[in-house]
Design a protein around this ligand. Structure first.
Ligand SMILES: NC(=O)c1ccc[n+]([C@@H]2O[C@H](COP(=O)([O-])OP(=O)(O)OC[C@H]3O[C@@H](n4cnc5c(N)ncnc54)[C@H](O)[C@@H]3O)[C@@H](O)[C@H]2O)c1
Length: 293
């Protein structure tokens, strides 16, 4: 399907990712249906977008006309029935396979036959969802990064079921919303960016656990020697040590490989409730202002 034929986009889930993805699409001129089962999530997502857009207007990055145009293009709804005319769907709901499969089966019934159904999941490859539909060749991963309004890269992942036409359309669609797509020709858990990041974090934890250097110094090395904008420990604090723990547990359950288990230090911190910025303590301690690292 050429991107000229994509007029209406649906984003499912108005949480951290979905709300911003809907605005990215609207700013690029698409009509968007942003659907969520929770009216509160929609309200909250809209409020956050309004704040973020206001900041951009104040900084002169966007005009208030452009912002109101974009908001006018977004339909906020709790009803899947509003997806009857959409051409491209980005699913960004809770990271639970059974709930996503149930949604994909419904999307297959409700959306037009030509519509592409893409998932923004960080860990679930689309072959786990494709067979819940009657159009597996039109299912793929389209993985945005947080915050989606800012981060330029999007990983488009082709499963064995995904047609070349779908992969090409997804790539073109990502370009049309002013993002930079990269195509992964085969499915792999974690995709590219998070796999590389995972290895970096593993090595950082190894160096810490073996007493080679403190977490502060390992972060400083990554920033000053490798030019990373943030060190691995500060980043774990930012994303949440519980997230790191759960991702590793899921990987361990899939592989059965002891090396995939969460590290000792992360496990200890999670057990103590030291989850990072969200609890005020992780590798660093946070008061009102973020720790300088
Ligand atoms: N948070 C991140 O940094 C990040 C980055 C990239 C990808 N992702 C992926 O994006 C997806 C969403 O993550 P998030 O962080 O935005 O989650 P979130 O918890 O912030 O939002 C999920 C939203 O989905 C809604 N929802 C739940 N079930 C639904 C259903 N059946 N139909 C419609 N809406 C439903 C919830 O009400 C909630 O508003 C996940 O698959 C995650 O792996 C997250």
């Amino acid at each position: 399907m050429p991107t000229e034929n994509i007029n209406k986009v649906a984003v499912i889930g108005a949480g951290t990712m979905g709300a911003q993805i809907s605005m990215v699409c609207a700013l690029a001129g698409y009509s968007v249906v942003l659907q969520d089962v929770s009216a509160d999530s929609l309200e909250n997502g809209k409020g956050i977008l309004e704040e973020q857009m206001m900041k951009r207007v104040k900084k002169g990055r966007l005009t208030s006309e452009k912002v109101s145009e974009a908001f006018n293009l977004i339909q906020f709804t709790t009803s899947l029935e509003d997806l009857k005319e959409v051409d491209f769907v980005v699913e960004a709901i809770v990271e639970k396979l059974d709930i996503k499969r149930d949604l994909f089966a419904k999307l297959d019934q409700i959306t037009p036959k030509h519509a592409i159904l893409a998932t923004n999941s960080s860990t679930i490859v689309s072959s786990k969802l494709a067979d819940a539909t009657n159009r597996p060749e039109q299912v793929c991963n389209v993985h945005f990064f947080n915050p989606a309004l800012v981060m330029e890269l999007v990983e488009v992942v082709r499963g064995p079921h995904t047609s070349t036409e779908t992969a090409e359309t997804a790539m073109e669609f990502v370009k049309s919303i002013n993002k930079y797509p990269v195509l992964l020709n085969k499915e792999i858990s974690g995709f590219v960016a998070n796999r590389i990041l995972g290895k970096l974090m593993d090595e950082a934890v190894y160096l810490l656990e073996n007493g080679i250097a403190s977490h502060e110094d390992i972060d400083i090395v990554c920033k000053k020697a490798l030019n990373h904008p943030i060190g691995p420990f500060a980043l774990m604090d930012l994303t949440g040590l519980d997230v790191n723990y759960l991702v590793r547990m899921q990987r361990y359950q899939e592989s059965g490989d002891e090396r995939d288990k969460p590290s000792k230090i992360v496990k200890e911190k999670v057990e103590k409730g030291e989850l990072g910025r969200k609890t005020g303590k992780g590798f660093y301690t946070y008061e009102n202002t973020p720790a300088k690292v």
